[in-house]
Design a protein. Sequence first.
Length: 585
Amino acid sequence: MTWGSALPKKTGSMLTRDGVRLDADLYYPNAPGDFPVLLVRQPYGRAIASTVVYAHPSWYAAHGYIVVVQDVRGRGTSEGEFDLFAHEINDGYDSVAWAAQLPRSSGQVGMYGFSYQGMTQLYAAAAQPPALKTICPSMVAYDLYADWAYEGGAFCYQLNLGWAAQLAAETARRQGDLDAYRALYSAARTPSSLDPVCPRSDLLERLAPDSFYHDWLAQSDPSADYWQRSPHIHLCNVDLPMLHIGGWFDTFLRGTLKLHHALSDRSQFPQHLWVGPWAHLPWGRWAGAVDFGAAANSPIDVLQIRWFDHFLKGIDIGLLSDPPVCLFEMGSDRWRKFDHFPANLQQSFTLGSTGLAAMSDQDGTLQLSLNPLQTAFQPENRSDQPPNPDILVHDPWRPVPAQGGHATAPAGAFNRAALDCRTDILTYTTAPLPTDLHLAGAIAVELYCTASTPSFDLCAILSTVKPDGSVFNFSQGYLRVDADLPSSSDAAIGATRAVESEAAEISRPIPMKPWAIALQPTCIFIPQGHALRLSLSASCFPAFPVNPGTGTSPYESCLLEAQVITLSVFTGDANPSRIVLAIAE
């Protein structure tokens, strides 16, 4: 039911348990009666109201909800000092309790929002306020280290730096420091290339010495006590109906799926999941250079109204009769529904080469592993080729640039055909597919390789190759390998098969062994006549800092010490480097 309009915006304030004033904008329906409350807690100035991806709060109010958009502590006009996530559990509890007691509130509270606003939902839920009945966390980290700050042990440089500069700029604005604001505004958009090896920021160290960025960069060990504040530690006893929302090109998709899987395994309430063909923002039909059609325009606002109508108003609209997982299938450009997140038949494509995969995009091959269930994709037999390794030479002077995917900006799918011509990128391509191929679920790459240095990075990108020769990426993964640290690939290997879980200490240089890279899960249709391509490199700058090869942490590294890194990737029956895909019907 639509009330048709909302009343003019009001402003309200509350006091936290320690006496800090938090300010909010309030949107009421233009109708009589009491209404449930939708709470959004965010750090960017509440006037934005998350309209970069959601409808304006007045639209939600017109559908019969009191909408509260609140500045978190130390942001916007709210009092206090901003300390990333430090106060969101207690402040979240207090804010839900305050919202439930607003005039004309029914006492039922739901929350929505993405990114930081998604995280504030998780922290509020961790405190278990009685009035909080449901949440819709979008694009969140279940584990701050593995799902936000780092990927595969590599620091997420560009996105972390840009976000830290944005938050520091808000502090400068509150303080009226125009020069600092201008400098941070610029830094948020253009990562420094003065030292691509070390992501330390002189600007942030000078203008924002208390920024979380310095801690995230210095704490490269996932077992450090610093990371134990991650939300999964606090969600053990939380059980609420949740609508989980993600994007195939979103940097936080790993966290969205982990949270959904964890709650689905133990929750007594519905846990629904929607994943669109979106980057972190916006949520529309275009992601990068690809138009995914009208169906890709965000349905989330309408979906959230249906969700809140069910759980906050008790309106039975058949929501729970729908399958709980809805994924956008790129390529066919349609939404597909599943009873659970796909864990389908895994199909392997092994890498083949004459040793010239760096020199020609026609040399390296992906060959379907023999499988009685799937033999249709077997390309021509190359078994007579010698097992020469492919040699990749990484030069820190000219690292491979990031282009699209989920870990850089702009994100999404782009034509990387020209980039794949670089001789520091190995490419492996199938023959044109004789029948249509549907993929849905996890993707992993296992590489048998050696390196000339005690540390190196591996970037794996999966693309479709169209008959006209254009190459569009749809999934990517990254891994940092350090000889003096336990293998950070152990978790990824578990997604495909266990390989040497208790590896002996690695000598210098790194000897040949299998390494596993977990790629972004996907759902995509690849039509007959198109091909699959795997592109491998040892850098992806500025998405990740350039590995100097020394084994030192990014915090302690510098460009002057960076080494040329020679990687040897082995293929063939003896060393079956491969990509493992989830085949869908």
